[in-house]
Design a protein around this ligand. Structure first.
Ligand SMILES: [Zn+2]
Length: 255
């Protein structure tokens, strides 16, 4: 069968993504072990690799237990806080999983953490906590300048690309984004769609990069409406995208 990409819910809001073909499986950011191990058993899948985007516990916390049962290669950034990584990758490297014919490009996206990476091919982006639908990760370690550059990198990818992020934050993100851009029709549509899906307890992901560029304020820091909103929030911000980004990020953090 063609590659399936399924979410495994963990904790309150996390999704551990499982990429599989009905027999072989890759897990992305297993913060917990029980749910993905159950998933593998239930579906009769053989684990062939783990992909890790960054060191936060809710992304790697299940890795040790999973690896005890399934010793597989672990792709991730060079970071002493992620000792499980066996295949260290950085900007421009590729993560290759022959069992699933996966050949993923690695991008470094510092901001949420300083060593955060994402994986992508021509169709999918495994975004970790860098890009969320209608949002982005908090700046725990990086600067607004770094995160703006990281998001610019992602924003340059093709619009059809499907975005698999690691948290179900879309509805909350839409509520905030509507404060920044109350008149953005693409955002209003996304907010209504997300509200409907969550009412039925359904996942709002993946979105596409095209949809994010049209509605996600953190990818729109050069748009007049977003620049104006940032300058209303913090007068004197100016038009530099990293400055606008910094204001929007602080505004979101305080909301
Ligand atoms: Zn994180």
């Amino acid at each position: 069968m063609p590659l399936a990409i399924e979410p495994i819910a963990a904790f309150e809001t996390n999704y551990i993504w499982a990429l599989h073909d009905g027999s072989q499986c890759v897990l992305v950011d297993p913060g917990s072990a029980a749910e993905p191990l159950d998933f593998l058993t239930r579906k009769g899948l053989k684990l062939c690799a783990l992909l890790l985007t960054h060191h936060h516990f809710d992304h790697i916390g299940g890795a040790d237990e999973i690896l005890r049962n399934h010793p597989v290669p672990v792709w991730g950034p060079k970071d002493p806080r992620i000792p499980q990584v066996t295949e260290q990758v950085s900007e421009g490297d590729r993560a290759v999983v022959p069992e699933l014919a996966l050949d993923l490009q690695v991008l470094e996206t510092p901001g949420h953490t300083i060593t955060h990476i994402v994986f992508h091919d021509d169709d999918i982006l495994l975004a970790g906590d860098t890009l969320f639908s209608i949002g982005c990760g908090r700046l725990f370690e990086g600067t607004p300048e770094q995160m703006q550059r990281s998001l610019d990198k992602l924003s340059d990818l093709p619009g059809h690309m499907k975005i698999y992020c690691a948290h179900e934050y879309t509805l909350d993100n839409c509520r905030f984004a509507l404060q920044v851009e109350p008149d953005n029709p693409a955002l209003k549509t996304r907010a209504e769609q997300a509200a409907g899906l969550r009412q039925e307890d359904k996942i709002t992901l993946p979105s596409t990069l095209g949809e994010e560029r049209a509605a996600n304020p953190f990818l729109r820091t050069r748009e007049t409406a977003v620049v104006e909103a940032a300058n209303r929030r913090e007068p004197g911000t100016g038009e530099k995208p990293e400055a606008v980004f910094g204001v929007i990020r602080r505004w979101k953090d305080a909301s």
